[in-house]
Design a protein around this ligand. Structure first.
Ligand SMILES: Nc1ncnc2c1ncn2[C@@H]1O[C@H](COP(=O)(O)OP(=O)(O)O)[C@@H](O)[C@H]1O
Ligand SMILES: [Mg+2]
Length: 195
């Protein structure tokens, strides 16, 4: 199974999601995270090889793909329409993360427009959601009214997510009272991806 994280905008949680989805899938079978972002954020996160799955660049990926059951692809912001088409063709599920912020939602709707007609299997993931956000609730309702698929789970906005990459570890291993809550959100997402 190949899962790809995509958004026209940076800062929406692609890399954070790719890392934690890969951590979930690794519990089910060997998982490879391909860092297809020129900024190499996932590779930087795993610079000390402390993550429980392999992270490789796009250029190194061909050597490793066959040995893995699950592939997660982290991509760069602003893919061209052609790249978006290729990404859609090359995966089983495209995850479109967006925060509830207006500019991120605007980029999300542009992504969905570009995917229209490409026969892409995609699902929207709301990320960095503040506690008890009525805005996020309204956004979810309006996305669903438009007939768009949205994951049931929302990823909460928690500082542990910002700190974990500094130490090169998963959020569940970061010493913080909320790190378990943080990890449980990606576990719940993992169960929606792979019931
Ligand atoms: N759920 C979250 N709660 C708080 N901060 C988050 C969360 N997800 C991501 N972040 C932070 O937001 C920033 C952008 O996240 P990142 O995963 O790098 O997005 P992208 O790959 O789309 O650019 C980073 O500083 C990251 O630590
Ligand atoms: Mg990134």
């Amino acid at each position: 199974m190949i899962v790809t994280l995509v958004s026209l905008k940076g800062g929406v949680g692609k890399t954070t999601s790719a890392i934690h989805i890969a951590a979930y899938l690794q519990q089910k079978g060997s998982t490879l995270l391909i860092d297809a972002d020129k900024n190499r954020s996932a590779l930087v996160w795993d610079r000390e090889s402390q993550l429980p799955f392999k992270v490789v660049s796009e250029a190194a990926a061909p050597r490793f793909i066959q040995q893995h059951n699950y592939i997660v692809i982290d991509t760069q912001a602003r893919p061209s329409p052609e790249e978006l088409k290729d990404l859609a063709e090359g995966c089983d599920l495209m995850i479109l993360p967006s925060t509830p912020k207006a500019l991120d939602l605007d980029a999300l709707s542009k992504t969905v427009e570009l995917l229209d007609g490409l026969n892409a299997k995609f699902k929207i993931l709301l990320t960095q959601v503040p506690p008890r956000s009525s805005v996020a609730r309204k956004i979810r309702a309006s996305l669903q009214e438009s007939g768009l698929p949205v994951f049931d789970i929302e990823i909460p906005r928690l500082v542990a997510f910002e700190r974990a990459p500094v130490k090169g570890i998963l959020v569940k291993d970061y010493p913080d009272p909320r790190s378990q809550t943080a990890w449980e959100s990606y576990e719940a997402l993992g169960k929606e991806i792979l019931p």
